[in-house]
Design a protein around this ligand. Structure first.
Ligand code: HEC
Length: 143
């Protein structure tokens, strides 16, 4: 009986490992597409009344202002994905407009991969974003 339990335990551990391995074989970009793009993608463009969440490039801009280096950026975004706490929000206007982001079921490791992708990011931008940005910040400023 004891041997059998051990056997079951090993099989379960192996399964857990396999599941995790499958997850982490995806790139940050793929994970972003699977878990975030439905709300933060380009659909709805820059017309906020047609969107359900701010475009990811806008999220990136807000976070990079406070968390300029990659490590703290990744930490902050992954913390948010793990737990949405209005007290830690950097986008209070977005919470007022869209309501707070619902919880996302995703591992910490995957959230960090996504965050790194957003930081490095050649992330998607809704049509009209470039113009919207230049009107407010000028042509030469980076986002
Ligand atoms: C079901 C829609 C939805 C999905 C899916 C979603 N988000 Fe959000 N997210 C929102 C909304 C709405 C806001 C704006 C309100 C807010 O800040 O809570 C937001 C805001 C954010 C913010 C800024 C939070 C703040 O207020 O400082 C970050 C960071 C963020 N999302 C990251 C992600 C990441 C990374 C993913 C994918 C793992 C993701 N979101 C998936 C809806 C979503």
């Amino acid at each position: 009986m004891k041997m059998f339990s051990l056997f079951i335990l090993s099989v379960s551990l192996l399964l857990i490992q396999t599941v995790n391995a499958t997850d982490s074989s995806k790139t940050g970009q793929q994970l972003y597409k699977d878990n975030c793009a439905s709300c933060h993608g380009t659909s709805g463009g820059m017309d906020m009344s047609k969107r359900v969440a701010p475009p990811i490039i806008a999220v990136r801009m807000h976070y990079i202002r406070t968390y300029a280096d990659k490590d703290s950026f990744v930490m902050a975004v992954a913390d948010w994905v793990e737990k949405q706490d209005a007290d830690n929000s950097l986008m209070r206007g977005a919470i007022r407009r869209f309501n707070i982001m619902p919880p996302i079921s995703i591992s910490r490791a995957d959230a960090e991969k996504i965050a790194a992708y957003i930081y490095d990011g050649d992330v998607e931008k809704p049509e009209g974003f470039q113009q919207h940005f230049e009107e407010r910040h000028g042509k030469n400023k980076k986002y």
